[in-house]
Design a protein around this ligand. Structure first.
Ligand code: HXC
Length: 260
């Protein structure tokens, strides 16, 4: 195929769930530069595919991703890291307009956990482990681990994870709010695809608006966020799909969304 480190496919009855499996088993899906460039490309392609309403990113049963590639990083010096703005290739997943589900089995460590947290929803397999072990390598999280983790699970739990490097298991991650649901290992990917199908059945225009508004809550004051929400809500009244949705309710039939 097109990719060295990914398996890319479309899933679901209507082929409307973009599916990306990280596939670099010899390094437990360590996120080398080439893999991240490929992931950016695959996400961009699904973002531009009018039939895709949601994207699922997963790894293997052993590892979602064991972090940035330590063998690649080990050689870098400061001026290289600064010059190439190391991790700049990591932003696409967070900036994608379409909802992204991370289906995490096994290790989500360092950059692996950061990648999962760039997604919009995390589903976990029972044996998943989430951690930020960078401190054990003499560095700190560099792709959101100090920020998104803290926003997600609060200061005390985030500090403990970042300062010790010790991972938490799926059950604790669910309790802390990092993941929304936990499934048996072998059911995880199917459940994530089912969720992707449910999301894809809605108006893609409106689901992008939902994502943008929820995401704004992390960037704005409550007043600004409520204003943004209100204006976006008002904007739905200019869409075909808002009329289609409300009319279908009143006529007691399913809505025919046209993503416009
Ligand atoms: C490069 C890695 C790797 C990594 C595993 N491998 N993690 N290679 N970068 N992050 C490689 C190993 O070197 C080994 O290859 C093969 O994958 C299998 O790994 P093992 O260690 O033999 O497996 P196991 O004993 O089962 O242990 C699994 C593990 C361990 C606990 C996940 O691999 C581990 O601790 N990995 C590093 C986790 C980590 O520190 N991640 C954070 C990275 S820093 P060879 O060929 O050598 O046998 C980071 C910073 C992000 O992510 C900043 C923003 C980008």
């Amino acid at each position: 195929g097109q990719y060295q480190n990914l398996i890319v496919d479309k899933k679901g009855q209507n082929q409307n769930v973009g599916f990306i499996q990280l596939n670099r088993p010899k390094a437990l899906n360590a996120l080398c530069d080439e893999l991240m460039v490929e992931l950016t490309q695959a996400v961009t392609d699904f973002e531009n595919d009018g039939n895709v309403g949601c994207i699922v990113i997963t790894g293997s049963e052993k590892a979602f991703a064991a972090g940035a590639d330590i063998k690649e990083m080990q050689k870098r010096d400061f001026s290289q890291a600064y010059d190439e703005n190391f991790t700049a290739a990591w932003t696409k997943v967070a900036e994608c307009k379409k909802p992204i589900i991370a289906a995490v089995n096994g290790y989500a460590l360092g950059g692996g956990n950061e990648l999962a947290m760039m997604c919009d929803i995390i589903y976990a397999g029972e044996k998943a482990k989430f951690g930020q072990p960078e401190i054990k390598l003499g560095t700190i999280p560099g792709a959101g681990g100090t920020q998104r983790l803290t926003q997600s699970i609060g200061k005390s739990k985030a500090m403990e994870m970042v300062l010790t490097g010790n991972p938490i298991n799926a059950e604790d991650a669910e309790k802390a709010g990092l993941v929304s649901k936990v499934f048996p290992v072998e059911q995880l990917v199917d459940e994530a695809i089912k969720l992707g199908e449910t999301i894809s059945a809605q108006s893609k225009l409106v689901s992008a608006m939902c994502k943008e508004a929820v995401s704004a809550s992390f960037e704005m004051s409550l007043r600004e966020g409520l204003h943004f929400e209100k204006r976006t809500f008002h904007a739905t009244f200019a869409t075909h799909d808002r009329m289609a949705g409300m009319t279908a309710f009143i006529e007691k039939r399913p809505a025919d969304f046209k993503d416009k």
